[in-house]
Design a protein around this ligand. Structure first.
Ligand code: ADP
Length: 237
């Protein structure tokens, strides 16, 4: 579904060049879960942001369903963005609105107007992220994991085909991470999912995991393959 061909991203800062993505080639199958791991600064976020086109690659092509998204602009780009949902490590909930209000607000921003339809969709989303009993809670009354689940609900309002998680579980404890991951496995059944993480626990259920180092893919395989290979993943495991 997603194919990156010779993707490079070079940042220029203070006269220096940083090769954040260095000739990345990879294929992600439809409805698979893909893990991206590596040390801090390895280029994980940059790679994710290029797939969402929050950053244009310096060169190379990114094919999604056979179309090069780097050539998209205007309407095509807006349509593509609707197909992707990104969940960030840092996110803001509206403190003045309860959980229902936060999700409803995201729907309103996305153009939903009918109150009844918004209400029904909010119910579905609360169920999906298992927060049915927290609808009337305000962000200040929620744990970090519960807040993260509200942000996941907001990211999937448009039922995106592609879900991108940018190290969004690093701030929660391992028990909460496990809960959110179980939730996520349910949500991502019919979606292509990419999870950036620096924890094995977040990536181990992925169909395939890549390890980045200085913008390059240095290892690629399933959890079982990687724990049996000498390298970054096995050491971390
Ligand atoms: P990771 O997500 O693995 O921690 P990043 O993708 O954030 O890595 O960063 C990869 C490299 O690109 C780092 O050396 C970082 O300093 C650099 N970088 C990231 N974003 C920018 C930017 N906007 N301008 C300049 N350099 C950047």
């Amino acid at each position: 579904m997603i194919e990156l061909k010779n993707v490079n991203k070079v940042y220029k800062s203070n006269g220096n060049q940083v090769h954040a993505c260095n000739n990345i080639n990879l294929i992600i199958d439809k409805n698979d879960i893909y893990g991206i791991m590596g040390l801090s600064g390895a280029g994980k976020s940059t790679l994710l942001r290029t797939i969402n086109l929050l950053e244009a690659p310096t060169n190379g092509s990114i094919l999604v369903n056979g179309k090069d998204i780097t050539k998209f602009n205007g309407k095509e780009l807006r349509e593509y963005r609707k197909k992707t949902g990104m969940i960030f490590q840092h996110f803001n909930l509206l403190e003045s609105r309860d959980v229902r209000g936060n999700i409803a607000f995201a729907l309103e921003v996305a153009g939903w107007k009918d109150k009844k339809a918004i209400n029904e969709r909010v119910n579905e989303l609360l169920q999906l992220v298992e927060l049915e009993d927290k609808g009337s809670f305000y962000p200040i009354q929620l744990s970090g994991g519960q807040k993260q689940r509200v942000s996941i609900a907001r990211a999937v309002i448009k039922n995106p085909e592609i879900l991108l998680f940018d190290d969004c579980l690093s701030a929660v404890d391992t028990e909460t991470e496990e809960q959110i991951l179980n939730n996520l496995l349910k949500i991502s059944k019919d979606k292509t999912t990419i999870i950036v993480s620096h924890r094995v626990s977040s990536a181990k259920n992925a169909d395939k995991i890549i390890i980045l180092d200085e913008g390059k893919i240095i290892q690629e395989g399933s959890h079982n393959q990687l724990i049996n290979q000498e390298g970054y993943y096995a050491a971390l495991y």
